[in-house]
Design a binder for this molecule. Structure first.
Ligand code: RNT
Ligand code: ZN
Length: 422
């Protein structure tokens, strides 16, 4: 698309929105201030760079064998930089502890320090990326049983508690080094394939483990603590220790962030409806925007009704300063870098559409009890020319507009990705 037609399209769109009392410039400014945290694990199928030889496990499964997986941190960083040139706006990289760079040394997970992330920090700083973090409670010999922080064995539980402790320190140090708060998100796979006898014991142990991990006072300016719930996983179909009720209670009581992953609920249950409910009780949310297809399949995010609804709820509730947007999917069946770009741009588009919504008009109809007008105008607003505003946003931020991105991805694939053999 030429600059000229992008600009001409935007000019018309700007006027049409003005007729609805919507200021497109204001929406674009707000969108530019919303960072998205991209999951590092999309580029390498959640393998990380340890060499423990352990299976991924934890109910996580990556499907597909598209060539070009990042085999080292250097390659992953290169892929991320490329993706960032196709995505408008601010980016953060969401790292897992298993992406530590320990050189030749074998460093176990309870011994990790911020030094092992020095390269990530320098790189993020030089590119203006924020960093978020996650302790890794899977892909490790001691996680093979599927139990970690709620393990009945004191020694194993202690090991995973220590991992949680060092990860919080690393996250706080990364946040301080970058000058942007790092969110450390705890997700554990603990649960049981078949009916457990005791549902309470593991939850008591998890509560205690989390309390120990979170007991160290670290600077809130540099570190945010989040806990992520899940309904079920592969191998934990009958019972998940860290369920939604468990973590909602925990986050409300302990004032941590709650992480809602859109793939972690019953397929007919949506997280968009939860935002306004849980934000009355917890200070902040972390979102893992994902796309479950029939189950927590971690498909690439698209501009679906639910992603749009999540963005609408965030904007309508004036929650943008209390919601941290991140993506969580892993698809190895298509170009992995394209997956990042497609997913991130989809979320950003949903946010833009929500920011462009004629809120005042719709709210007034509802307050007047005029449900006819509400429905009719909601339908009319679905046809507003947001695509032209998006294109202009991309043009201004110097990233490809429309199909142009695909050409760049193809070039990167032939120049870089296709040279990577397993
Ligand atoms: C797993 C959780 C978790 C992971 C990442 C790799 O079901 O969604 O967030 O996807 O930590
Ligand atoms: Zn998640």
């Amino acid at each position: 698309m030429s600059n000229k037609s992008t600009l001409a399209g935007y000019e018309i769109a700007r006027q049409q929105y003005a007729d609805w009392n919507v200021d497109t410039e204001c929406a674009l400014q707000q969108l530019a201030e919303l960072p998205v945290s991209l999951q590092c694990w999309q580029a390498d199928d959640v393998r990380g760079f340890e060499s423990s030889g352990a299976e991924l496990g934890g109910g996580l499964a990556v499907t597909g064998a598209y060539p070009g997986r990042a085999r080292s941190a250097t390659e992953l960083r290169h892929d991320f930089e490329f993706a960032s040139r196709l995505i408008p706006g601010q980016l953060r990289i969401n790292l897992h502890a298993s992406y530590a760079e320990t050189g030749q040394a074998r460093v176990n997970r309870d011994e990790l320090t911020v030094e092992h992330f020095a390269k990530w920090i320098d790189w993020a700083k030089s590119h203006g990326f924020g960093i978020d973090f996650n302790p890794t409670y899977f892909a490790h010999p001691w996680a093979e049983s599927g139990w970690t922080l709620s393990h009945a064995d004191d020694r194993i539980r202690k090991f995973w508690i220590d991992h949680g402790v060092v990860c919080r320190r690393i996250a706080a140090a990364m946040g301080a080094a970058i000058g942007s708060r790092c969110i450390n998100n705890i997700w554990i796979p603990d649960g049981s394939k078949d009916l457990p006898f005791d549902r309470l014991g593991p939850r008591e142990r998890l509560r205690e483990s989390l309390d120990v991990i979170l007991s160290e006072q670290l600077d809130e300016q540099h570190l945010g603590d989040a806990v992520e719930c899940k309904l079920f996983g592969l191998g934990s179909e009958s019972y998940v220790v860290g369920s939604h009720e468990f973590y909602l209670g925990y986050a409300a009581a302990r004032k941590t962030l709650l992480c809602l992953d859109s793939g972690h609920f019953h397929p007919t249950e949506v997280i968009s409806d939860k935002l306004s409910a849980v934000l009355l009780w917890v200070p902040e949310l972390l979102l893992h925007v994902s796309r479950g297809v029939r189950w927590d399949s971690d498909h690439v995010v698209i501009l679906s009704d639910e992603v749009r609804a999540i963005a609408e709820e965030a904007v309508r509730g004036q929650f943008l300063s209390r919601i941290n947007f991140g993506l969580d999917f892993f698809d190895a069946s298509i170009n992995r870098v394209a997956a990042w770009v497609i997913g991130c741009r989809a979320l950003q588009r949903a946010l833009l559409i929500a920011l462009l919504e004629p809120r005042d008009v719709l709210r007034e109809c509802e307050l007047r009890g005029d449900n006819t007008a509400r429905l009719m105008l909601m339908e009319e607003t679905k046809m507003l020319p947001y695509a032209a505003v998006w294109n202009e946003y991309c043009r201004r931020l110097d990233v490809p507009v429309g199909q142009a991105g695909l050409e760049e991805i193809r070039r990167y694939e032939s120049d870089v990705l296709s040279n990577r053999s397993e």
